[in-house]
Design a protein around this ligand. Structure first.
Ligand code: SF4
Length: 283
């Protein structure tokens, strides 16, 4: 099969976060092994990461890195790492933007770094977020925003989306994945909620994200053209393979960057991260 994807990656640089949103399901070990989870990044040094990204560039070429967490700005070396790695790779940072956004403008090159800002109404006020978005746009950063369509927040969604769009930023909803008021989501959205969500989210693979379809068995480029890295340096095919406890592809200290030789069938019943779903290859 000839490659039709560039290389990309989801890099969870730290599994600590200054928010603990009621709908966060990405890192279940926060509830069972909080200390170990929050300290996972301590097993890799700044030099480990810089060496890894140099090897990626030399062996595979420039990546599009989606840098997330936890909250990436909780990592002690985030500024030097992004400054250095973005010289060779494009970096897209997924952040709750709780930090002073002027620091981002001062430290990063908007030609090499873009942002996906998640708004969390349980911890932040939209009135505080808007000036930060305005400042980043004025500094030339490309940015999108997202909100989790948590059932308890549905009443505010239209107003928050309108306020964010008023700043010239796109705003997407993410379906809530989990249980609320004794019901399983996203399957339990009402017809009206579901229509609103579908009208305000990414259209790609929406039936898989809404758990109306399963990806299992479909050919997917994750592991071949994409991988997900944990803060401790282990390299996994994608979020679902960590959830299923499958063997990692390798580690950032491996001499050869560990990617699969080709696309292969999906082993999972659910896939929810938009950058990973983009790896599905249509039959
Ligand atoms: S479809 Fe999603 S869950 Fe399945 S292998 Fe690809 S990225 Fe992983």
């Amino acid at each position: 099969m000839s490659p039709h994807f560039g290389f990309s990656c989801g890099w969870d640089i730290v599994h600590a976060c200054d928010y603990r949103c009621p709908y966060c399901f990405f890192i279940p070990s926060w509830t069972t092994h909080a200390e170990e989870t929050n300290g996972r990044h301590l097993s890799c040094s700044k030099e480990d990461w810089l060496g890894f990204w140099d090897r990626c560039f030399d062996q595979l070429g420039a990546f599009r890195i989606e840098l997330a967490g936890g909250e990436p700005f909780q990592h002690p070396d985030i500024f030097p790492l992004v400054r250095e790695i973005s010289r060779r790779h494009a970096i897209h940072i997924v952040t709750n933007l709780s930090i002073d956004a002027r620091k981002i403008s001062a430290e990063f090159d908007p030609a090499r770094v873009s942002l996906s800002v998640s708004f969390h109404p349980s911890h932040a006020r939209v009135e505080e977020l808007l000036p930060k978005l305005r400042g980043l746009k004025r500094a030339g950063f490309e940015l999108t925003t997202s909100i989790v369509a948590f059932p308890a927040h549905f009443g505010g969604l239209a107003r928050w989306i309108a306020a964010i769009k008023g700043e010239g930023a796109r705003c997407y909803l993410n379906p809530f994945q989990g249980r609320f008021a004794g019901r399983d989501y996203p399957r339990s959205y009402t017809q009206e909620e579901s229509s609103f969500l579908r009208a305000n989210t990414f259209s790609e693979s929406i039936d898989i994200r809404m758990r109306r379809e399963r990806p299992r068995g479909r050919l997917c480029a994750a592991g071949w053209r994409y991988f997900r890295i944990w803060p401790d340096g282990t390299i996994h095919r994608c979020c679902a393979t960590t959830e299923l406890g499958l063997k990692p592809l390798g580690h950032i200290r491996d001499r050869v960057v560990p990617v699969l030789p080709d696309a292969s069938p999906c082993p999972a019943d659910r896939c929810f991260a938009p950058n990973e779903l983009a790896m599905l290859i249509d039959a």
